[in-house]
Design a protein around this ligand. Structure first.
Ligand code: SAH
Length: 215
């Protein structure tokens, strides 16, 4: 059982003020990030670093995205209550939890079993109910499609066609695209056959890998 102490809450408030200074303006995003105890998603040895604006190591050689990146992607996604959101790359479960706090119906896919399992334990602890899937995010979740929004939290070399297919017309996908570094893309599906893309600067994500691997 993890404790969310006054100290953690205080550090979290500072993190949120810092995000505001960095240009995050969506109060719903800031409120959700003020609510979610980020340190729960990290090894207890990283407790003191949990509220700094940095990516940190989680299981399976993966990373939890830095808070400003989570805030930026979530703000771009512009999630509304009850929207169906597909996340690729559950990882620690932190981004998933932020989306749940914003009252989205979240579906999330992870290809590493230990991460898939540990994230679910934390969701239970926080009484959050995203639908978690163990599998390959390149395939999306055709059974549950279409989605209002899709967020990809690993770096994709190209935009997976299956994910575009599973987006509603009028829907938005936020995805970092590129091999070594990634450019953040906001993709809007404007008809069954057309998309429109806007880009928002460079980021560094762990790669989106095609084959399911185990650790
Ligand atoms: N949203 C996460 C970010 C974790 S890093 C968080 O808040 O912690 C990105 C995650 O994407 C990693 O856990 C990695 O294993 C996962 N990933 C990479 N390629 C994937 C794929 N093809 N399908 C599903 N998950 C994938």
């Amino acid at each position: 059982m993890r404790i969310d102490s006054f100290k953690h809450k205080g550090l979290r408030r500072l993190m949120v003020e810092n995000l505001r200074k960095k240009g995050i303006q969506d109060e719903r995003v800031l409120e959700a990030m003020n609510d979610v105890p980020r340190h729960f998603f990290l090894d207890s040895s990283l407790d003191v670093l949990a509220y700094e604006d940095r990516a940190l190591e989680i299981l399976c050689n993966q990373t939890i995205s830095q808070p400003s990146t989570v805030a930026f992607q979530t703000q771009l996604l512009n999630v509304q209550e009850r929207e169906k959101v597909l996340e690729i790359g559950t990882g620690s479960g932190y981004q998933t939890s932020v989306l749940c706090k914003m009252k989205a119906k979240v579906f999330t896919i992870e290809r590493f079993k230990p991460l898939h399992n540990s994230a679910q334990e934390i969701f239970n602890m926080l009484r959050l109910r995203p639908k978690c899937f163990f599998g390959d995010g390149y395939l999306g979740l055709p059974t549950y499609a279409p989605f209002d929004k899709i967020i990809v939290t690993c770096g994709a070399e190209t935009i997976p066609q299956a994910l575009i297919d599973q987006l509603k017309v009028g829907g938005v996908m936020v995805i970092p695209v590129g091999a070594d570094t990634q450019t953040m893309h906001k993709i809007r599906k404007i008809s069954e056959t057309e998309i429109e893309a806007e880009t928002f600067g460079d980021f560094k994500f762990v790669p989106m890998l095609q084959e399911r691997k185990f650790c």
